[in-house]
Ligand binder design. Structure first.
Ligand SMILES: Cc1cc2nc3c(=O)[nH]c(=O)nc-3n(C[C@H](O)[C@H](O)[C@H](O)COP(=O)(O)O)c2cc1C
Length: 187
C-alpha cells in the first residue's frame, strides 16, 4: 500500500526584502502542496549575526539554535531564493554556515528542494548549482528533478496580492512539491 503519511515541509527564503518575489512564491506554496503535505515558513535569516567562530565559542545565537531545531523537526526543507552575482545570496550562505556548525547537523539526510526566481531569463540557475555544492558538505539529500527556476518572475508573480499569476509556474511548483513528498516518503 502507498505510504501517505502526513509531511511537514519548511521554507527557507534567501531574500530579506519585503517586496521579494521569492518570498511571495514561498508564501504561495501551502496552497500548491499535495494532499497530506503542509508547508510552513522557517523564519528570518536576516537577524543572524555574521558567522564568527569566536561568537560561536560563547554559544550559538538563539535564532540559529531555533532554526536548527525547526529544520531537524521538519520532513523536508524548500529553499526559495534569488541568485546574487551568479551565486548564493550572502545572508543565506551565512545562515547555512551557522547551521552547519550546530552539533546536531540538522541538514544531514534531510530531503531538500531548491527553487530560484529572478527577473532574468534563466531564473537563478547558477545559484542553484552553487547551493547544491554547499548542501553536499551539509550532507543534505537534495532532490535532483524537477528543477524549478522561475525566469521573468516580474510577469508571473504579483507580490502585493501574493498570487502566482502564471499557470505554468503554478504547475511546475506543484510538481516539485509532489516529487519532494515522494522523495521524503522514500527517505
Ligand atoms: C546584489 C545583487 C546581485 C544580483 N545578481 C543577480 C544574478 O546574478 N542573477 C540574476 O538573475 N539576478 C540577480 N540580481 C537581481 C535579482 O534577481 C532581483 O533583484 C530579484 O528580484 C531578487 O529577488 P527577490 O525579489 O526575491 O528579492 C541581483 C540583485 C542584487 C541585489
Amino acid at each position: 500500500m502507498a505510504d501517505l503519511r502526513p509531511l511537514r515541509f519548511v521554507t527557507l527564503v534567501g531574500s530579506l526584502r519585503k517586496g521579494s518575489y521569492n518570498a511571495a512564491i514561498a508564501r504561495a506554496l501551502p496552497d500548491l502542496a499535495p494532499e497530506g503535505v503542509t508547508v510552513e515558513h522557517l523564519g528570518l535569516i536576516g537577524a543572524f549575526p555574521h558567522y564568527d567562530a569566536d561568537l560561536q565559542a560563547n554559544g550559538f545565537p538563539a535564532e540559529v539554535v531555533a532554526m536548527g531545531e525547526a529544520i531537524a523537526a521538519a520532513d523536508g526543507v524548500i529553499f526559495v531564493t534569488p541568485e546574487y552575482n551568479y551565486s548564493v545570496p550572502g545572508a543565506l550562505k551565512n545562515a547555512l554556515d551557522w547551521i552547519s556548525r550546530l552539533p546536531s547537523t540538522p541538514f544531514a539526510g534531510k530531503p531538500v528542494a531548491i527553487q530560484t526566481a529572478s527577473p532574468g531569463m534563466i531564473g537563478g540557475a547558477r545559484c542553484q548549482y552553487h547551493l547544491r555544492q554547499v548542501l553536499v558538505f551539509l550532507d543534505a539529500h537534495v532532490l535532483n528533478k524537477p528543477e524549478v527556476m522561475v525566469g521573468n518572475v516580474t510577469g508571473k508573480v504579483d507580490v502585493e496580492s501574493g498570487t502566482i499569476t502564471d499557470e505554468a509556474t503554478r504547475g511546475f511548483l506543484a510538481k516539485q512539491l509532489e516529487a519532494l513528498a515522494a522523495f521524503a516518503r522514500r527517505s
